[in-house]
Design a protein around this ligand. Structure first.
Ligand code: PHE
Length: 447
């Protein structure tokens, strides 16, 4: 059988070894670390939540990350055709539905936030942001206009431009420039934040756990965020894995990606919490945290326009290295499925992703009818993707590598001890934890 009309292996456009690691870290590190992680940590328990997140990352995230990379490199196709090819069963192509839904849902709100970041970068560098200190009012005013749609378009346009260029001269090249730039900005801002008066209180909120603050929902959110943060559960790492050299050690890559992601989350926390606490800002205020709270802090510090501009620039870079990986998933899938070329596919899929982002952009403050059940369209997209689609997708990956595809171990190329550990995690620990969290939060299981 030949499940795919055209696959990546035959196109020969692959990552170099270092390029793959950078691109995969670029995918993992994004708004998840710098925008979402700080506010959910603020909302769901501070340091205790951070610890929970690390546990989910180690027990569930890393084993599934390796699983996805191995499936991609073994199957050398899109998130759907790789599974079909390795199992010999067409039904596994159903994973394509999850991967398409995941990328469209996530891009819908993610592109909007990437747009916000670009807008705020310009506002801060130009000083316009500080012409009036009502930052909540400014954010609301911005969201009541059509500007967020325009900026979301810019974000999707830049993303599509990179994908249009292909794997080595698009994705890899882009990450080689922006990921190092991101590290430099992050370290600079971390030093600035940690040397502020009152920084210690923020550090202690972030790093000294108080378990009484945890709720049942904290566990679901921590697990969902482990998937989101490592770009798992919708085939991003399967898709990237298909462009990886056979000689690359995927075990090492897994540790590098997981370590990199955790390090960025740690640094983001060491930027945001010292700043919020020094300025007496409540860290649990949700998606608007970095756009409302931080400008107040930047306003009060010397050369705040510069630090503010750099912060939003960093947010922009981090966002775009992830949107690129999100768009590559449906582009690779549709290219194979319909036999279209990369360029045509990119234009069509990129346009669709932009359109799906429009209601997200308009649901924050503009149109009330885009809010149902107490959540805006924007928040629904995030909620459904992070807490349902990604965990379901991740669960399927554990079943596939743990029970269905017998040669997964050979492709992984681990030493005997690591292999034993991995297969144990992927067979018993990760799927059981995902299932337990699902049952618990749906009320079917009580602890
Ligand atoms: N990992 C990215 C972040 O933390 C988001 C993402 C999720 C990217 C899923 C790709 C796939 O921002």
């Amino acid at each position: 059988h030949e499940p795919a009309k055209q696959d990546q292996a035959s196109s020969g456009d692959n990552f170099s070894r270092g390029g793959f690691i950078l691109a995969a870290i670029g995918s993992a590190v994004g708004l998840g670390n710098l925008w979402k992680f700080p506010y959910i940590t603020g909302m769901y328990g501070g340091a205790a939540f951070f610890l929970l997140f690390i546990i989910c990352l180690l027990l569930v995230g890393l084993p599934i990350l390796l699983g996805e990379l191995v499936i991609g490199r073994g199957g050398r196709g899109s998130a759907a055709s790789s599974l079909v090819r390795l199992s010999g069963k067409k039904a596994w192509g159903g994973f394509g539905v999850i991967s398409i839904a995941g990328s469209f849902f996530i891009l819908s709100f993610y592109g909007v936030v990437a747009g916000w970041a670009m807008h705020y970068m310009i506002l801060s560098f130009s000083g316009e942001l500080f012409s009036n200190s009502d930052f909540a009012g400014q954010f609301a005013g911005f969201n009541a206009s059509w500007l967020p749609v325009l900026w979301q378009f810019v974000a999707m346009f830049l993303t599509a431009f990179v994908i249009y260029k292909g794997v080595s001269s698009g994705i890899e090249k882009f990450n080689k420039i922006f990921l190092p730039a991101l590290v430099v900005l992050l370290v600079l801002l971390m030093i600035r934040a940690l040397t502020m008066d009152g920084a210690a209180e923020g550090v202690s909120f972030f790093l000294r756990p108080d378990f009484s603050k945890l709720t049942g929902e904290s566990v679901l959110v921590a697990l969902g965020h482990a998937f989101f943060s490592l770009s798992l559960g919708m085939g991003t790492m399967i898709t990237y894995g298909a462009y990886v050299d056979k000689r690359q050690s995927l075990g090492t890559a897994t540790l590098a990606i997981g370590g990199g992601d955790l390090l960025y989350a740690l640094m983001a926390g060491l930027i945001i919490f010292p700043i919020t606490f020094s300025f007496g800002i409540e860290p649990g205020q949700g998606p608007s945290l970095v756009f409302i709270a931080l400008p107040a802090a930047f306003e009060a510090m010397p050369a705040g326009w510069l630090f503010g501009g750099l912060f939003f620039m960093m947010l922009t870079f981090a966002a775009l290295t992830s949107t690129v990986s999100l768009l590559e998933v449906p582009v690779a899938y549709i290219q194979e499925k319909l036999g279209w070329g990369r360029k045509l596919t990119t234009v069509v899929v990129g346009t669709l992703c932009f359109l799906i982002g429009v209601p997200s952009a308009l649901s924050i403050g503009q149109y009330d009818w885009l809010t149902f059940g107490g959540k805006a369209f924007f928040d629904w997209m995030d909620f459904i993707a992070s807490n349902i689609i990604l965990p379901v997708g991740g669960f399927i990956v554990t079943i596939f590598v743990g029970y269905v595809w017998q040669q997964a171990g050979e492709e992984a190329g681990l030493t005997a001890a690591w292999f034993k550990l991995w297969i144990f995690m992927v067979r018993y620990v990760a799927p059981v934890l995902v299932l337990a969290v699902f049952l618990y939060t749906s009320g079917l299981l009580e602890l």
